[in-house]
Design a protein around this ligand. Structure first.
Ligand SMILES: NC(=O)c1ccc[n+]([C@@H]2O[C@H](COP(=O)([O-])OP(=O)(O)OC[C@H]3O[C@@H](n4cnc5c(N)ncnc54)[C@H](OP(=O)(O)O)[C@@H]3O)[C@@H](O)[C@H]2O)c1
Length: 342
């Protein structure tokens, strides 16, 4: 007679490793993304948030531009009514690009708090370093007429308000997202409260080794977005040259050896490398597997080196909609020559 195989359907949240911030705060090493890529509805995501908490998730990555914080907030309230303490949750939200004005930062954060039904956020990020709005669901050639390049003095005006949010107790930590080394150097030079975290695109085909190292060397925790290679990303974020991580034969072979999906392997590699992946999923089987990846036996050194060798420098979220001039290349957003593009 076969022995029944016990398939775990939950992960004990206290067994999920965390990364510690200088003030002792602890971020669970896997979070659930909540951006539906313009195709998954807010209600589906809100349902996944409740169920992911049941599975063991305590970390949720939100943003006002995802247009679902009011629904995610209901889910967070449900989760807390079910017995999860607020202090055991890690909730991130982000300031959208059309709210960089000095008078807009605090009200925008208050709106996210209201929508999320929370008294404070664990982390509030400046979503992009450009004050360039694009509406949800727009196309790749969408540009806002008053778009600007990165202007450090303006960014610091926004950052001063982010710092005030910490002073006011509305936010525990602040951070950056989609910045480059030259921009971060200036921000670190001028910030009173340094970014605790930098959220950046990170997956096996886009490992950003220099920025990753710079962030870690400066005591900033890297959060990796699109950790699976964002296979369902919106049309505006696709180009013919993009590669597909989860179809990489090396990843497929290592995943097969571990009995997991290549997507889950991407998450596992990310945790072991030292970033905090925030995979999006609305399928219980998948978000359970992604959290389990943080608590199952590690990849071998040889497997980690094999994946390190897969980097294709393939940025998927290029940010074309944030460009500020006609006939510009998206590479201007990313300061590839080490200088901030103007
Ligand atoms: N700061 C920023 O500017 C920024 C930018 C982009 C994203 N983000 C954040 O990062 C989060 C994740 O990024 P993303 O949504 O672009 O991409 P992603 O997490 O790399 O990919 C999500 C896709 O992968 C699939 N997937 C996830 N786990 C899987 C598994 N174990 N097996 C098979 N398929 C799996 C999901 O499908 P199923 O639903 O079918 O499982 C979903 O279609 C976002 O939700 C958002 O919170 C932040």
């Amino acid at each position: 007679m076969n022995t029944p195989v016990s398939i775990s359907t939950r992960v004990d949240p206290s067994s999920v490793p965390f990364r510690a911030l200088p003030d002792g705060a602890r971020i669970p090493v896997v979070g659930l993304g909540t951006f539906g890529s313009d195709s998954v509805t807010g209600d589906q995501i809100a349902a996944a948030v409740i169920d992911a908490a049941d599975v063991g998730y305590r970390h949720f990555d939100c943003a006002s531009v995802y247009s679902n914080e009011h629904l995610v907030g209901k889910s967070l309230t449900t989760i807390m009514k079910q017995g999860v303490a607020r202090k055991d949750l890690w909730i991130t939200s982000k300031l959208w690009n059309n709210k960089h004005g000095e008078a807009e930062v605090i009200p925008s954060c208050r709106q996210s708090l209201k929508d999320l039904q929370l008294e404070y956020l664990d982390l509030y990020l400046v979503h992009w370093p450009f004050p360039n709005f694009h509406p949800p669901g727009c196309t790749v050639d969408s540009r806002s007429p008053d778009s600007k390049p990165y202007i450090h003095e303006n960014f610091m005006r926004t950052w001063r308000q982010m710092e005030r949010l910490v002073d006011l107790g509305l936010v525990r930590h602040i951070g950056t997202s989609n910045v480059t080394i030259p921009k971060l150097k200036l921000i670190l030079r001028d910030a009173r409260i340094k970014p605790a975290v930098n959220e950046m695109e990170l997956h096996p085909h886009f490992q950003q080794p220099e920025l990753f190292r710079f962030v870690q060397e400066n005591g900033i925790v890297p959060i990796g977005y699109s950790p699976v290679g964002s296979p369902a990303r919106p049309e505006r974020d696709r180009t013919a040259d993009d590669t597909v991580d989860i179809e990489d034969p090396v990843l497929i072979e290592i995943a097969r050896r571990h009995g997991i999906h290549p997507a889950t392997l991407c998450v596992k590699w990310a945790v072991q490398r030292g970033q905090i992946p925030i995979p999006f999923s609305t399928k219980r089987r998948n978000y359970l597997a992604n959290l389990q990846a943080a608590v199952t036996p590690p990849l071998t050194d040889a497997e980690m080196s094999a994946i390190a060798g897969l980097d294709r420098n393939c940025r998927l979220i290029k940010g074309q909609v944030f460009l500020w001039k006609d006939n510009q290349s998206w590479t201007d957003l990313w300061d590839l020559d080490g200088k901030i593009a103007t």
